[in-house]
Design a protein around this ligand. Structure first.
Ligand code: CU
Length: 238
């Protein structure tokens, strides 16, 4: 075997090792799936808001009520540990969750932070947006951002799942903010995958929360070794 060939083989071996699923201790991984035919996503109807419509001359963005990836993964699901969380106290990340308003659309549609982690609302558009969070626990906020490039930071103080977010100016701009008192949570992307790390061994109940499709719960035992992945399955709304 030439040295050049053996180098290639060695590199391939490293690549395989890096791609193999990690068997991290205390990690709970899994997928959130949508069963059945995904509902068609309607284009955003901008109504009389021409400034917003003009930002999407080629094609309007699609509504994000239910977003299913090509492999049936369900996006925008919060998977989190319910009940008493192990350990603590927890240090929230200093990195903010950024809520961008871009092209008159919230990015992300659904976000999650820890109590004490900054939420940064930004206006990327040259139009007025007014972001309102409607909390049931006294942590509502109301931020007017008339100027492009404005950034405003807020800090949430208590755990609250599913705080509605909306822009008062543009009725289609809606979303949700989740606030968690512990770090054992994850948001799914279009592949529906999630990973929750650093769990001490024990039996826990995990809830999956979707803004339109409701909730699912699974109780599972986390061990020191590799844990069997969890699956949450949502069906079309009735
Ligand atoms: Cu707006």
């Amino acid at each position: 075997m030439s040295s050049r060939w053996s180098m290639t083989v060695a590199r391939a071996a490293v690549a395989v090792a890096l791609c193999a699923p990690a068997a991290a201790a205390g990690e709970m991984t899994g997928h959130v799936r949508f069963a059945g035919t995904p509902p068609a996503r309607k284009p955003v109807a901008f109504g009389g808001e021409q400034q917003c419509a003009l930002m999407h001359k080629d094609a309007p963005p699609l509504m994000e009520d239910v977003v299913v990836g090509p492999d049936g993964g369900l996006r925008d699901v919060l998977v989190y540990l319910t009940g008493t969380a192990p350990g603590g106290p927890y240090t929230p990340p200093t990195e903010p969750l950024v809520y961008e308003q871009q092209g008159c659309v919230f990015k992300p549609h659904v976000g999650a932070v820890m109590v004490g982690q900054p939420v940064e609302v930004r206006n990327d558009d040259a139009v007025l947006h007014n972001v309102r969070a409607q909390s049931k626990l006294g942590q509502s906020f109301n931020i007017a951002q008339p100027v492009q490039g404005m950034k405003t930071r807020k800090m949430m103080k208590a755990q609250e799942i599913g705080v509605p977010i909306k822009c008062d100016v543009h009725f289609w701009m809606t979303g949700y903010l989740h606030v968690l008192a512990h770090p054992f949570f994850a948001m799914t992307g279009e592949d529906g995958a999630f990973a929750i790390a650093h769990l001490p061994p024990g039996t826990y109940t995990f809830e999956a929360w979707h803004p339109v499709l409701g909730t699912r719960t699974v109780t599972a035992t986390v061990t020191d070794g590799e844990n069997a992945p969890l699956t949450f399955t949502f069906a079309p709304a009735p």
